[in-house]
Design a binder for this molecule. Structure first.
Ligand SMILES: [Zn+2]
Length: 236
């Protein structure tokens, strides 16, 4: 009860000289673990392994997620889940290499190595599934990519927005892979969907340093609160 009262009272966090108020209410706060899947990690020698995703990273994500779960937060996961001929794979296009970009109906599409193909071992989420209230799969349409856990590249809803709202969630803690792509897209869409968004930086890893730095800046200036670790939260 006391914890709840303190949590509900909000707390001012000072970071980089900017005063940010983070109001936490566990009953209305959810967690989204973004794409912590084998193919995005060095831990599983993934095809699209993000830097600094060794076993220590997975252990940190797991232990924090367990802590949050034990404190009563509802945990949701997103999972990149592609067909074999997905548009984001360079192998789906003639004479293209990984990391080239192409134009798809006016949108820039990065061509990635094939990753997170449905049914493949490295598509599995590396965190105990029993922690999750639900897992939202994305990128299942071969024609469209979906970095965001909320909407694909042509705005088709995944159902995550409705699901979170049906659980009464108004604030989201977000972390996972990769900071500069799916984490950013998910966090920005969460904000646009009306949620307060807190990003846990220590549990996010990016594909490249420059795009990671600019993604963090973009999120911060859009109004997303960025904290280093969950122990910075008022209720920890
Ligand atoms: Zn993908």
């Amino acid at each position: 009860m006391i914890n709840k009262m303190i949590a509900g009272a909000g707390m001012k966090i000072f970071k980089g000289g900017i005063q940010m108020e983070v109001s936490m209410d566990k009953d209305h706060t959810g967690v989204i673990v973004v794409d912590v899947q084998g193919d995005f990690t060095h831990f599983k020698k993934g095809s699209l392994a993000v830097q600094n995703t060794d076993q220590d990273y997975i252990d940190a994500v797991l232990s924090t997620t367990k802590q949050l779960k034990s404190k009563g937060y509802k945990i949701f996961a997103t999972q990149d889940f592609h067909p074999e001929n997905h548009i984001s794979f360079y192998t789906s296009h003639k004479n293209k290499s990984a990391y080239e970009t192409i134009d798809v109906e006016g949108r820039t599409q990065v061509l990635w190595p094939p990753h997170c193909v449905r049914g493949a071992e490295n598509t599995e989420i590396l965190i105990d599934k029993n922690l999750f209230t639900a897992t939202i799969q994305k990128g299942m349409n071969p024609k469209y990519d979906s970095y965001s856990g909320f909407f694909d590249d042509v705005g088709m809803a995944t159902g995550l927005d409705d699901l979170l709202k049906s659980h009464g969630i108004t604030t989201l803690l977000i972390y996972g892979l990769a900071t500069d792509y799916c984490v950013k897209a998910t966090a920005m869409d969460a904000l646009k969907s009306g949620f307060k968004v807190i990003l846990v930086e220590e549990l996010c890893k990016g594909v490249a340093l420059d795009t990671t730095a600019s993604a963090l800046e973009e999120m911060r200036s859009a109004g997303i609160k960025i904290i280093s670790r969950v122990s910075d939260l008022p209720s920890f």
